[in-house]
Design a protein around this ligand. Structure first.
Ligand code: HEM
Length: 496
């Protein structure tokens, strides 16, 4: 019995001591303003299940575009304005470019091989270089266009089947399956069979919520070893399932190479060739872990794409004028062609504006987490080394000083001004900015426009009667990527 009480009391004692030490540690510094923390829990009680929204409300209430607060024992600074995003992601990016990693991600060795997690040093640089030169470089992207066309055709066939039956399509799920198929073709020239596709989709979905959900271990690092909510253990199982799927592909490829079959020159071939190089530069040295890590990260990119397509269609269905304009534009430019070519995108300014406006209002990654690797001063405030730094992309994209009627869906605003999402216009940063700008941006750009454009050109869309009556439910679910709580169902009718 005394051992039981000791086991219970020790973590609590550690929490109290770390809290008191923190108070002494904070006092001489001028931290950014923010809400007053309560003992032990800090400001946790002020966050809800959608932290990007509650943090935006707190920043507005405290007039604190750079705001400090305490999430449990963890000092956290949030940048919620374009100016503060510029300070962090441009001016101080050399010192604030490491990821703040949740405890769930410290499972096994995944983090040592993940471009999402690695600190901005050798291993991370090698993986980003590989992504930029072998996967997302303009010539590679051009060479892989037929594969992406095939994936869009599969999506259109799926929707066409539903149109023939007058049945509603679950838009996000259909777009996610297409995005995963497209990524699989890009990575290893193969499609996912339906069972594996479902498994990958389930794993990504569960891991996304688990990694970003509230975890005692993240708020009280002194308790992390106990993994009280079992989040790390659950994540370990998901990573194992994902690695098993990827291992299957690696084994098949090694067998076909050993049998002297022709190279496919896809990402898997390139990574098998370059594996030694990347690993020498600092990532994990377990065989194939670099490939497993990168392919797992890339598969998670599918969710962001499908969320964007789902939200774009949801917004257009609630904005008939915009729907008419985008379909008229497509009709004029694409004519009777059933599917749009990627080269057509540059001739479709209104479609591009719809995508931008969707990403402004519904950034799929609303709150990327960073960690300060050195103490920095921003406009007279101190951000101590080790602080968790969140960029509230959701709040920045709706900044009232930068946007007229910031909460309204109005694609026209992007026709009037030249604003792009490459991380230079700090009031519009759906792909982030600075050194960790989204690695998949060039692929995401092509995927979103060709899928959405083809869906809008080929079909007329309506809402099921029940949804038409009650309105589209746009409530969000927080995760590594946002998703809708109630998936959008929409009824297609073939036009072309
Ligand atoms: C509409 C689609 C997408 C959006 C809006 C998006 C947005 C983002 C954002 C905001 C970040 C964090 C940037 C930061 O930390 O400042 C990010 C990182 C990343 N994204 Fe995307 N993303 C999308 C699609 C994709 C796709 C399709 C892939 C891959 C196939 C991908 C791969 C990555 C990777 C690997 C990182 C981590 C980069 C790093 O930490 O160095 N993304 N993305």
């Amino acid at each position: 019995m005394p051992a039981f009480f000791l086991a219970l009391a020790l973590p609590i004692l550690l929490m109290v001591v770390s809290y008191i030490l923190q108070l002494f540690h904070d006092s001489p510094r001028r931290l950014p303003p923010g809400p007053r923390p309560l003992p032990l829990i800090g400001n946790l009680h002020q966050l809800d299940h959608l932290p990007h929204r509650s943090l935006a409300r707190l920043a507005a209430r405290h007039r604190a575009p750079l705001m400090s607060l305490r999430l449990g024992a963890v000092l956290t600074v949030v940048a919620s304005s374009p100016d503060m995003a510029r300070e962090v992601l441009q001016r101080h990016n050399a010192d604030i470019a490491a990821r703040s990693i949740g405890d769930s991600m410290r499972t096994g060795s995944h983090c040592n091989n993940s471009v999402l997690c690695l600190p901005p040093r050798h291993g991370w640089r090698a993986l980003r270089r590989l992504g930029a030169t072998e996967l997302f470089s303009p010539p590679r992207l051009r060479a892989m266009e037929p594969l992406r066309r095939e994936a869009v055709s599969t999506l259109l066939r799926h929707v066409s089947d539903h149109a023939a039956r007058g049945a509603a399509v679950v838009v996000g799920a259909a777009a996610h399956a297409a995005a995963l198929g497209l990524l699989a073709r890009t990575m290893y020239s193969g499609d996912l069979d339906p069972r594996t596709a479902r498994e990958v989709s389930d794993v990504v979905d569960e891991a996304s919520v688990l990694a970003a959900g509230p975890n005692v271990s993240d708020f009280f690092p002194a308790l992390a070893a106990a993994d009280i909510q079992g989040v790390r253990r659950r994540m370990a199982r998901l990573v194992k399932r994902m690695y098993a799927i990827i291992d299957d592909q690696i084994e098949q490829r090694e067998r076909s190479r050993a049998a002297g079959e022709a190279r496919k020159n896809d990402l898997l071939d390139v990574m098998l060739d370059k594996e030694g190089e990347v690993e020498e530069e600092g990532t994990d040295d377990v065989r194939h872990n670099t490939i497993r890590g990168l392919l797992t990260d890339l598969f998670t990119g599918g969710e962001t794409t499908s969320h964007t397509i789902e939200c774009a269609l949801a917004e257009l269905l609630q904005s008939p004028n915009s729907m008419t304009k985008v379909q008229e534009e497509l009709n004029g430019v694409i004519g009777t062609k059933q599917q749009i070519d990627e080269a057509d995108t540059s001739k479709l300014p209104y479609l591009q504006a719809v995508v931008k406006e969707t990403l402004r209002l519904h950034p799929p990654v609303p709150l990327p987490p960073y960690e300060a690797e050195a103490t920095v001063e921003i406009q007279g405030y101190t951000i101590p080394k080790g602080t968790k730094v969140l960029i509230n992309i959701w709040a920045i994209n709706r900044c009232p000083d930068a946007w007229i009627e910031p909460n309204r869906f109005m694609p026209e605003r992007f026709l009037e001004a030249e604003i792009n999402f490459m991380g230079r216009d700090f009031h519009f940063i759906p792909f982030g900015a600075g050194r960790r700008l989204c690695l998949g941006l060039p692929l995401a750009y092509r995927m979103v426009h060709s899928m959405l454009g083809s869906l809008l050109h080929r079909f007329r869309w309506t809402l099921p009667a029940e949804v038409e009556k009650n309105g589209v439910d746009m409530r969000e679910r927080f995760g590594l990527a946002l998703s809708l709580v109630v998936p959008l169902h929409a009824i297609p009718q073939e036009i072309h």
